[in-house]
Write a protein that binds this ligand. Sequence first.
Ligand code: FAD
Length: 160
Amino acid sequence: MDDRKFRTAMGKFATGVTVITTEIAGEIHGMTANAFMSVSLDPKLVVISIGEKAQMLDKIKNSKKFAVNILSAEQQELSMIFAGQIKEKREVSFEQLDGLPVLSGAIAQVACEVVNVHIEGDHTLFIGKVMDIHLNEKEPLMFFNGKYRVLSAEGVLASK
Ligand code: FAD
Protein backbone atom coordinates (compact mmCIF):
# COMPACT_ATOMS: atom_id res chain seq x y z
CA MET A 1 0.00 0.00 0.00
CA ASP A 2 1.32 3.45 -0.83
CA ASP A 3 1.92 6.17 1.79
CA ARG A 4 -0.54 8.61 0.19
CA LYS A 5 -3.50 6.23 0.50
CA PHE A 6 -2.67 5.64 4.18
CA ARG A 7 -2.30 9.39 4.86
CA THR A 8 -5.57 10.13 3.03
CA ALA A 9 -7.44 7.47 5.01
CA MET A 10 -6.05 8.74 8.35
CA GLY A 11 -7.00 12.30 7.35
CA LYS A 12 -10.66 11.14 7.23
CA PHE A 13 -10.58 10.96 11.03
CA ALA A 14 -11.66 14.45 12.14
CA THR A 15 -9.69 15.61 15.16
CA GLY A 16 -9.06 18.63 17.31
CA VAL A 17 -5.66 20.28 17.18
CA THR A 18 -3.18 20.51 20.05
CA VAL A 19 0.15 22.16 20.64
CA ILE A 20 2.44 20.04 22.82
CA THR A 21 4.73 22.17 24.97
CA THR A 22 7.70 21.41 27.18
CA GLU A 23 10.65 23.22 28.70
CA ILE A 24 14.23 22.06 28.94
CA ALA A 25 17.21 24.09 30.24
CA GLY A 26 15.03 27.21 30.38
CA GLU A 27 13.98 26.90 26.71
CA ILE A 28 10.35 26.42 25.74
CA HIS A 29 9.57 24.24 22.72
CA GLY A 30 6.15 23.75 21.13
CA MET A 31 4.89 21.40 18.40
CA THR A 32 1.49 21.03 16.75
CA ALA A 33 0.02 17.54 17.11
CA ASN A 34 -3.30 15.83 16.54
CA ALA A 35 -2.13 12.35 17.56
CA PHE A 36 -3.49 12.74 21.09
CA MET A 37 -5.84 10.47 22.97
CA SER A 38 -7.19 9.89 26.44
CA VAL A 39 -6.02 6.44 27.65
CA SER A 40 -7.25 5.76 31.20
CA LEU A 41 -9.52 7.34 33.80
CA ASP A 42 -7.96 5.68 36.86
CA PRO A 43 -5.14 6.61 36.83
CA LYS A 44 -5.69 9.57 34.50
CA LEU A 45 -3.46 8.91 31.48
CA VAL A 46 -3.15 10.36 27.98
CA VAL A 47 -0.96 9.46 25.00
CA ILE A 48 0.79 11.58 22.36
CA SER A 49 2.68 10.31 19.32
CA ILE A 50 5.84 12.13 18.20
CA GLY A 51 7.64 11.48 14.88
CA GLU A 52 11.29 10.38 14.96
CA LYS A 53 12.40 13.50 13.05
CA ALA A 54 10.70 16.00 15.38
CA GLN A 55 12.89 18.18 17.63
CA MET A 56 10.22 17.59 20.27
CA LEU A 57 11.23 13.93 20.67
CA ASP A 58 14.51 14.54 22.53
CA LYS A 59 13.06 17.49 24.41
CA ILE A 60 10.34 15.33 26.03
CA LYS A 61 12.77 12.41 26.55
CA ASN A 62 14.91 14.82 28.59
CA SER A 63 12.27 16.89 30.39
CA LYS A 64 10.02 13.84 31.10
CA LYS A 65 7.10 16.28 31.15
CA PHE A 66 4.78 17.82 28.58
CA ALA A 67 1.60 19.85 28.37
CA VAL A 68 -1.18 19.34 25.84
CA ASN A 69 -2.86 22.61 24.76
CA ILE A 70 -6.15 21.92 22.96
CA LEU A 71 -6.56 24.86 20.59
CA SER A 72 -9.62 27.04 20.20
CA ALA A 73 -11.14 28.01 16.83
CA GLU A 74 -9.30 31.38 17.12
CA GLN A 75 -5.88 29.71 17.41
CA GLN A 76 -5.23 28.43 13.88
CA GLU A 77 -2.25 30.78 13.62
CA LEU A 78 -0.65 29.16 16.68
CA SER A 79 -1.15 25.74 15.11
CA MET A 80 0.57 26.98 11.95
CA ILE A 81 3.46 28.52 13.94
CA PHE A 82 4.11 25.31 15.89
CA ALA A 83 3.79 23.11 12.79
CA GLY A 84 6.40 25.19 10.95
CA GLN A 85 3.72 26.26 8.41
CA ILE A 86 4.57 29.89 9.22
CA LYS A 87 8.29 30.17 8.59
CA GLU A 88 9.17 33.50 10.25
CA LYS A 89 10.00 33.26 13.94
CA ARG A 90 7.10 34.61 16.06
CA GLU A 91 7.09 35.71 19.65
CA VAL A 92 4.59 33.57 21.59
CA SER A 93 3.75 34.18 25.25
CA PHE A 94 3.19 31.33 27.67
CA GLU A 95 1.48 30.87 31.04
CA GLN A 96 2.46 28.22 33.61
CA LEU A 97 0.54 25.15 34.74
CA ASP A 98 2.17 22.78 37.25
CA GLY A 99 5.60 24.17 36.26
CA LEU A 100 5.01 23.65 32.51
CA PRO A 101 4.61 26.32 29.81
CA VAL A 102 1.06 26.42 28.42
CA LEU A 103 -0.72 28.57 25.81
CA SER A 104 -3.20 31.13 27.07
CA GLY A 105 -6.61 30.85 25.42
CA ALA A 106 -6.34 27.08 24.79
CA ILE A 107 -9.69 25.37 25.51
CA ALA A 108 -7.89 22.85 27.70
CA GLN A 109 -4.38 22.86 29.13
CA VAL A 110 -3.31 19.44 30.41
CA ALA A 111 -0.02 19.13 32.32
CA CYS A 112 1.53 15.64 32.26
CA GLU A 113 4.47 13.67 33.61
CA VAL A 114 5.83 10.92 31.34
CA VAL A 115 5.20 7.50 32.92
CA ASN A 116 5.91 5.26 29.91
CA VAL A 117 7.47 5.42 26.44
CA HIS A 118 6.82 3.06 23.52
CA ILE A 119 8.71 3.25 20.22
CA GLU A 120 6.40 2.09 17.44
CA GLY A 121 7.72 2.30 13.87
CA ASP A 122 8.81 5.87 13.10
CA HIS A 123 6.92 7.40 16.04
CA THR A 124 7.34 7.36 19.82
CA LEU A 125 4.29 7.15 22.08
CA PHE A 126 4.58 9.02 25.36
CA ILE A 127 2.13 8.01 28.07
CA GLY A 128 1.49 11.00 30.31
CA LYS A 129 0.05 10.94 33.83
CA VAL A 130 -2.20 13.99 34.15
CA MET A 131 -0.98 16.29 36.95
CA ASP A 132 -3.21 19.34 36.42
CA ILE A 133 -5.87 20.69 34.05
CA HIS A 134 -7.13 24.18 33.21
CA LEU A 135 -10.26 24.68 31.09
CA ASN A 136 -11.58 27.58 29.01
CA GLU A 137 -15.12 27.55 27.52
CA LYS A 138 -14.54 28.13 23.78
CA GLU A 139 -15.16 26.37 20.45
CA PRO A 140 -12.42 24.01 19.21
CA LEU A 141 -10.13 24.23 16.17
CA MET A 142 -10.66 21.11 14.04
CA PHE A 143 -8.56 19.28 11.42
CA PHE A 144 -10.08 17.09 8.68
CA ASN A 145 -8.88 16.00 5.23
CA GLY A 146 -5.66 18.03 5.65
CA LYS A 147 -7.54 21.30 6.32
CA TYR A 148 -8.37 23.39 9.37
CA ARG A 149 -12.10 23.63 10.14
CA VAL A 150 -14.47 24.98 12.76
CA LEU A 151 -17.69 23.47 14.05
CA SER A 152 -20.81 25.07 12.56
CA ALA A 153 -23.46 26.54 14.88
CA GLU A 154 -26.07 24.14 13.43
CA GLY A 155 -23.68 21.18 13.85
CA VAL A 156 -25.11 19.72 17.07
CA LEU A 157 -27.19 16.61 16.33
CA ALA A 158 -30.00 15.60 18.62
CA SER A 159 -29.30 12.26 20.32
CA LYS A 160 -31.92 9.59 19.65
P1 FAD B 1 10.39 22.61 14.83
O1 FAD B 1 9.98 22.22 13.45
O2 FAD B 1 11.75 23.13 15.12
O3 FAD B 1 9.35 23.63 15.51
C1 FAD B 1 8.08 23.77 15.01
C2 FAD B 1 7.82 25.26 14.86
O4 FAD B 1 7.49 25.78 16.15
C3 FAD B 1 8.99 26.06 14.34
O5 FAD B 1 8.52 26.94 13.32
C4 FAD B 1 9.48 26.82 15.56
O6 FAD B 1 9.99 28.11 15.25
C5 FAD B 1 8.18 26.97 16.38
N1 FAD B 1 8.45 27.07 17.82
C6 FAD B 1 8.86 26.07 18.65
N2 FAD B 1 9.00 26.55 19.91
C7 FAD B 1 8.67 27.87 19.87
C8 FAD B 1 8.60 28.92 20.86
N3 FAD B 1 8.94 28.72 22.14
N4 FAD B 1 8.17 30.15 20.46
C9 FAD B 1 7.82 30.40 19.17
N5 FAD B 1 7.88 29.45 18.18
C10 FAD B 1 8.31 28.21 18.53
N6 FAD B 1 3.84 15.60 14.15
C11 FAD B 1 3.94 14.59 15.05
O7 FAD B 1 5.05 14.09 15.30
N7 FAD B 1 2.85 14.10 15.72
C12 FAD B 1 1.59 14.60 15.50
O8 FAD B 1 0.63 14.17 16.14
C13 FAD B 1 1.45 15.66 14.55
N8 FAD B 1 0.22 16.18 14.29
C14 FAD B 1 0.10 17.24 13.45
C15 FAD B 1 -1.17 17.81 13.25
C16 FAD B 1 -1.34 18.91 12.41
C17 FAD B 1 -2.72 19.50 12.23
C18 FAD B 1 -0.20 19.46 11.77
C19 FAD B 1 -0.35 20.66 10.87
C20 FAD B 1 1.08 18.91 11.95
C21 FAD B 1 1.25 17.80 12.79
N9 FAD B 1 2.51 17.22 13.03
C22 FAD B 1 2.63 16.16 13.90
C23 FAD B 1 3.72 17.74 12.37
C24 FAD B 1 4.55 18.65 13.29
O9 FAD B 1 3.76 19.68 13.88
C25 FAD B 1 5.69 19.33 12.49
O10 FAD B 1 6.45 18.34 11.81
C26 FAD B 1 6.59 20.17 13.39
O11 FAD B 1 7.31 21.11 12.61
C27 FAD B 1 7.60 19.36 14.15
O12 FAD B 1 8.15 20.21 15.14
P2 FAD B 1 9.59 20.00 15.74
O13 FAD B 1 9.47 19.53 17.16
O14 FAD B 1 10.47 19.20 14.82
O15 FAD B 1 10.18 21.45 15.87
